[in-house]
Unconditional design. Structure first.
Length: 110
């Protein structure tokens, strides 16, 4: 890809963690100020983990790994097992800007 969308509208908050979360995982809120690895709808992407706390990107351009590739444009997606899946029935619609089929990652606007 010849252009870069990194940095667009990025907003990151810090949350306590519940369970195992890795950098790049989609996460969901499970309590007051607490996130865990998402299953289904997600609120953001984990950007850093330290001492039981996670930095979570809640808006802007983000990259994530996928199991089932979403289409470029507006696509409905959900999370499972630390990755994202195209899910036209139960997913939340996001704007997908690029899909890297070699790395099995994609970029989208949260």
């Amino acid at each position: 890809m010849n252009v870069c969308f990194n940095g667009f509208g990025e907003n990151v908050l810090t949350f306590e963690t519940q369970g195992t979360i890795a950098v790049g995982d989609p996460v969901m809120i499970t309590g007051n100020g607490v996130v865990q690895a998402a299953s289904g709808r997600f609120c953001g992407i984990c950007t850093n983990i330290r001492n039981g706390y996670a930095s979570v990107q809640l808006s802007g351009y983000a990259r994530a790994a996928y199991t089932t590739a979403p289409d470029v444009g507006y696509s409905k997606i959900t999370a499972s097992g630390g990755k994202i899946n195209a899910d036209g029935t139960n997913g939340t619609e996001y704007l997908v800007l690029d899909v890297d089929t070699t790395a099995k990652t994609f970029g989208f606007i949260l």
